[in-house]
Design a protein around this ligand. Structure first.
Ligand SMILES: Nc1ncnc2c1ncn2[C@@H]1O[C@H](COP(=O)(O)OP(=O)(O)O)[C@@H](O)[C@H]1O
Ligand SMILES: [Mg+2]
Length: 392
């Protein structure tokens, strides 16, 4: 267990000769540029201005699309990647120049990285043997970890005789026998099928109750982030977009990117107008008027936000079918069982409404006209200029 502090951390991957040539070529054809990472004379800036204080025993999840710098950040904490700028502290001690094996950190990877020729037992005992611990102590630690992860019956098997889920348990077991101060996990569930992934997610929740360790967990999956994290760090293009509890990030997304990335199905967006009258605010969208909640009005007034065109965001879960409201036609109906997802088009934008099918006589189908509405406490107002949530 440990506190981890990242202060203005930056990572620049210098160009190799080959890449520099490619870059020059690509810069002549800018439309080929794939990511929005900053490119400087020094190289590609994979992470920058990364500031985060992680409390003892906290479970932090770094989440964001592929290439946003999650693994790079984790690898800098592990010491597998040099830190180009800023400071990394573990329990108050500057770690920038400390070798990986001196950092008291364990890491679990997506591809398990087990030793194929060793039994499960030996895989788990390996790091303890390197430390020359007494045999009895090693045995006790391996068996205890195996017990926690429910893999005792496989201790004599080789990794190839195990399923993907079992192998990942061994990889986790190998990390926890060392009782590391910090446990780093890089997309540990990504190679598993959906059902196993759900099971292992629950296992990890139980695991963190049973071991005294600070966790930093990387995933591109917002569900994993929401279910596992005490706090989540949403990243994009090498920058932190928002840090908060899952609830905070879900209820108060800092900008359009976070709003669209967190939550399933994706938040609906509308072109709308925010209107201020004194200290009262409402939103006009497709001729429909929504009064904002008092809490939102207070925040907007405190920031002196004025009348302006906005992007309005409302989650599908918070959107209702009503007799009045915005009129639109159903394009597609997805029957999910207890609920149905109705896709409709509003002003050229795809909008999803989740309706409970219970007691509903007829679920609206393609071509049917519906009316949708929502309350002012679930309406998010984003600046048209920079996509920032105007409440922040
Ligand atoms: N060893 C490397 N050399 C050069 N660029 C790299 C290297 N590793 C990662 N990158 C680049 O840094 C960016 C962030 O990568 P990464 O941290 O792996 O993202 P994520 O884990 O979020 O998918 C990407 O654009 C990637 O191409
Ligand atoms: Mg990665």
């Amino acid at each position: 267990m440990a506190e981890v502090k990242l202060v203005n951390i930056k990572k620049v991957y210098p160009f190799s000769g080959e890449k520099e040539k490619k870059r020059k070529k690509r810069d002549q054809a800018p439309e080929e540029k794939k990511s929005n990472l900053q490119v400087t004379e020094e190289g590609v800036v994979a992470v920058q201005e990364f500031n985060l204080d992680i409390a003892n025993k906290e479970f932090i999840v770094l989440v964001g699309p592929s290439g946003c710098g999650k693994s790079t950040t984790l690898r800098m904490v592990a010491g597998l990647e040099s830190i180009s700028g800023g400071e990394l502290y573990i329990d108050g001690e500057l770690m920038n120049a400390v070798a990986p094996k001196e950092r008291d950190i364990a890491m679990v990877f997506q591809n398990y990285a087990l030793y194929p020729h060793m039994s499960v037992y030996d895989n788990m005992a390996f790091s303890l043997k390197l430390k020359h611990l007494p045999k009895a102590e090693i045995d006790q630690k391996v068996r205890q970890a195996a017990e926690i992860l429910d893999i005792t019956q496989y201790l004599n098997r080789k990794p190839k005789a195990l399923s993907g889920g079992q192998r990942q348990r061994v990889a986790i077991g190998r990390a926890i026998v060392r009782a590391p101060k910090v446990m780093l996990m890089d997309e540990p569930l990504s190679n598993l099928d959906a059902k196993l992934r759900n099971e292992m997610r629950a296992e990890i929740i139980k695991l963190r109750e049973r071991i005294d360790t600070t966790f930093i967990y990387v995933t591109h999956d917002q569900t994993e982030a929401m279910t596992l994290g005490d706090r989540i760090v949403v990243m994009k293009d090498g920058y932190i977009q928002q840090i908060g509890t899952p609830q905070e990030v879900y209820n108060h997304p800092a900008n359009l990117f976070v709003a669209g990335f967190i939550g399933m199905p994706v938040m609906n967006f509308y072109d709308a107008k925010l209107v201020r009258e004194g200290d009262r605010y409402f939103v006009e969208v497709c001729g429909y008027r929504v009064e904002l909640s008092a809490e939102k009005e207070e925040r907007l007034a405190a920031k002196n936000v004025g009348t302006q065109e906005i992007t309005l965001g409302v989650r599908p879960d918070h959107t209702d079918l009503t007799d009045e409201g915005i009129a639109c036609k159903v394009d597609v109906t997805e029957m999910m069982g207890a609920s149905a997802h109705l896709h409709a088009s509003v002003d050229g934008r795809d909008v999803i409404v989740i309706v409970s099918t219970q007691g509903m006589k007829k679920i609206p189908q393609r071509g049917d006209e519906i009316h949708i509405s929502f309350d002012g406490d679930v309406a998010h107002v984003f600046s048209k200029e920079d996509g920032k949530n105007l409440e922040f």
